[in-house]
Design a protein around this ligand. Structure first.
Ligand code: SF4
Length: 223
């Protein structure tokens, strides 16, 4: 049963509702920004820009739900067991260092994977070159571009139990990355304990276990 949160009196009295529309890649048009600003103004909220997100803060629960409906945009996911919006660097054509089109790939991955259910929180990041501006070594699944394709890093986290991910695959063509991530996410669903991050699953079972089950041999770094 789906009861609007604003109908629950105790929540409505105490909770402030951060309105955070999902903006794939953080790429917004001026019209998008004007619409978000107008809704924030209408409900007396303040805008907070955090990473690729714009959040309207300071609203009551009832106003927050009304504002979200009025925006007509999907909300960001704050649940602990979902795939978050994909982070991507500027990449081609905006960055002269880009070796792969991180924006096109990041948007395609966001379209497919955002908000899917997983055992724990899962973050994906895509960088266009080894400079890794999208902080892909601290994403559960990170990719950076090289002239030969994408290198895949698994098990990173910037959260409470921060850790640097491990390079698990290389030379993956852009058009094959979604299929590879499907295999990794399937592995995660089949092997993780409830609320375990991918890096914790890897710590428990070993990277070799994941690689043997989820990474096709042509992308393994030691074959
Ligand atoms: S990771 Fe590379 S391509 Fe992406 S913004 Fe940084 S320098 Fe540019």
């Amino acid at each position: 049963m789906n009861i609007p949160l604003a109908k629950i009196p105790i929540l409505n009295k105490r909770v402030r509702f951060p309105v955070s529309p999902h903006i794939p890649g953080g790429l917004a048009t001026p019209a998008d920004l004007c619409r978000i600003a107008a809704v924030a103004e209408k409900y007396g909220g303040t805008l907070k820009i955090a990473g690729g997100n714009i959040v309207i803060i300071g609203l009551t629960l009832a106003d927050g739900e009304a504002a979200m409906n009025e925006l007509g945009m999907r909300p960001e996911s704050f649940l602990s067991n979902t795939i978050r919006g994909v982070t991507m660097c500027a990449g081609k054509p905006d960055c002269p260092r880009a070796q792969q089109d991180s924006t096109a790939l990041g948007l395609a991955l966001d379209e497919e994977f955002f908000d899917q259910q997983t055992p724990g929180k899962l973050r994906i990041g895509v960088s266009g070159c080894p400079n890794c501006c999208a902080e892909v070594f601290v994403k559960d699944i990170g990719l950076f571009g090289t002239a030969a394709g994408f290198t895949v890093i698994l098990g990173g986290s910037s959260g409470r139990q921060a850790q640097v991910g491990s390079i698990a695959a290389g030379n993956v063509p852009a058009e094959e990355t979604a299929a590879l991530i499907r295999r990794i996410v399937d592995y995660y669903r089949n092997n993780a304990k409830n609320k375990e991050r991918l890096g914790q699953t890897i710590n428990r079972l070993g990277l070799d276990h994941l690689v043997s089950q989820a990474i096709p041999s042509q992308y393994r770094l030691s074959k």
